[in-house]
Design a binder for this molecule. Structure first.
Ligand code: ADP
Ligand code: MG
Length: 492
């Protein structure tokens, strides 16, 4: 390609706090009734005074620390003046000259993306327009909800990098409990600024992509825009500065608004809020809230558990899942406490961990998705890590077959009961007992002369058929491997 795509992101995330940014109205993005979490302050009544939410400030600093930002010593709020019906005060309290955090970085696939700034502001209300155009309604529940804004340097170069960056940031926000960062719910929003240039030339005219509600779509929109802008330039035309949206159905970006002039927001320091000396906030206390970040955890898991990259990706998707996995592993490591079954030899440790990881990210995930939640909802899992470990131990020792294991896990998932109780109750124990299986094998042989004869004539596939009949006779409880061996012996 002749042109180099240059991309910078502006990302907003609603902070997870009890109350709003400047008043004590509830911060609840799940509230369905309009205008219930409001008060004179967040609806912009004259004569009211804002008070800054310390929890929101601390959480923003925490993100700054996670991204290795410089935390401002002195900072203050400013008014960003503009008129829009969803903004009751006629200005948004934001930060301009002195953002709380500056000059950080986030690594994606080993590539460093510079973070220009992270600052705090407040969200706006929401407008609902009558489809017939007769009226508009407004809900102020969201007005004044604490919002952080992160701006990157123009260090990204493809749709894929945009997706990676967004998803990594989303994970960090969730690991740290800063934001739920659900894009469908509007808790996290991305604006993509992008332009093309010939290498070595200065930055081209930028186009802003907005109102895109997943990072996957953002990546598609970017890739589409790269093609579109390339064609414009190849045709000898100029890219115009505008805001574009993404049409999922047509798989195209479309123009939403062309920018005539840069708006003048007449920023000035907010006179109703005192400036902040971050030293007074107990920075060490905030630093202590840092947890192992997704990238650190991936590294550690790789070294410690020697799992395939994909498994590690899934296990670290959210903190709860990784925590759960590690609890299961530590239960397996305390085998003697866990199970009366024979302790596996040292060289099988890895196999056991792999078994646990597999059942977590495939079978347990399946049950969670069937319930409509998915791996994010680990908090509500009824299965204790100890019971999960015991479940793995029983699979390892072939006490249950693989189909038995699925039935067992489903029951554990629904009831939270001990695997031993369920195995007993549901009669799920796999039969590996040679005598018991020999009896079934002999019966099958006696009842099916044709396949037996075929087998003896050399048609080896018939054996599989006979194994199936033994399985059927034992109501699926026979250990298929043992059944096969016994059939072979009986037939010879
Ligand atoms: P604005 O004030 O118009 O929002 P900023 O300079 O604050 O613009 O930058 C906003 C975001 O856009 C940043 O992430 C920045 O890296 C990116 N950006 C700025 N100019 C360009 C450009 N010409 N091409 C691509 N990205 C750009
Ligand atoms: Mg901007």
């Amino acid at each position: 390609m002749n042109y180099e795509p240059v991309i910078g992101l502006e990302i907003h995330a609603q902070l997870k706090t009890k109350t709003k940014m400047f008043c004590d109205s509830k911060n609840d993005s799940d509230e369905k009734h309009p205008n219930v979490n409001i008060c004179p302050i967040c609806t912009g009544q004259p004569g009211t005074l804002p008070v800054a939410n310390l929890e929101a400030i601390k959480k923003t600093i925490l993100l700054g620390m996670a991204l290795d930002c410089r935390i401002a010593e002195h900072t203050f709020f400013e008014r960003k003046n503009y008129f829009y019906p969803d903004l009751p005060k006629g200005y948004q309290i934001s930060q301009y000259q002195a953002p709380l955090c500056e000059r950080g970085e986030l690594n994606i696939k080993g590539k460093k993306i510079r973070v220009r700034r992270v600052h705090i502001e407040e969200d706006t209300g929401r407008l609902f327009h009558d489809p017939k155009g007769k009226y508009s309604l407004i809900d102020f529940n969201r007005a004044g909800v604490p919002l952080l804004e992160l701006v990157t340097e123009p260090d990204l170069h493809s749709g894929e990098e945009v997706r990676k960056f967004g998803e990594e940031l989303q994970m960090i926000l969730r690991y740290l409990g800063i934001s739920d960062a659900d894009m469908q719910k509007g808790q996290m929003r991305v604006e993509v600024n992008m332009s093309l240039r010939k290498s070595g030339e200065k930055l081209g005219t930028k186009v802003e992509l907005k109102n895109i509600n997943s990072f996957r779509y953002a990546a598609q929109a970017v890739d589409y825009e790269i093609k579109r802008q390339t064609e414009v330039l190849e045709d000898g035309k100029k890219v115009i500065q505008e805001t574009r949206g993404w049409d999922e159905v047509k798989q195209k970006t479309f123009s939403q608004r062309t920018k005539e002039e840069a708006q003048d927001y007449r920023y000035f320091p907010e006179p109703d809020l005192p400036p902040i000396n971050t030293k007074d906030l107990g920075l060490e206390g905030i630093r202590a809230m840092l947890v192992e970040l997704p990238s650190q955890r991936r590294e550690r898991f790789k070294k410690l558990y020697n799992l395939p990259e994909h498994d590690i990706e899934v296990l670290t998707l959210n903190k709860q899942l990784g925590d759960y996995f590690e609890k299961v592993v530590s239960e397996l490591n305390a085998w003697d406490k866990l199970s009366h079954l024979k302790k596996p030899p040292k060289e099988h440790e890895e196999k056991l961990i792999k078994l646990a990881a597999n059942y977590l990210i495939t079978e347990l995930a399946k049950l969670l998705y069937e319930r409509g939640t998915g791996l994010e909802e680990m908090d509500y899992i009824k299965i204790t890590p100890e019971n999960f470990a015991e479940f793995i131990a029983r699979i390892y020792h072939q006490e249950v077959s693989s189909s038995g294991a699925q039935a067992l896990l489903k029951e554990m998932f629904e009831t939270g009961e001990d695997p031993s109780v369920i195995i007993e109750k549901k009669d799920l124990a796999q039969v590996s007992d040679a005598e018991e299986l020999a009896q079934a094998a002999q019966e099958v042989i006696a009842e099916n002369p044709k396949p037996v004869e075929d087998y003896r004539k050399g048609k080896k596939e018939s054996l599989q058929f006979l194994v199936g009949l033994v399985m059927k006779k034992t109501k699926g409880k026979a250990n298929p491997q043992v059944a096969r061996e016994i059939l072979e012996k009986e037939l010879s």
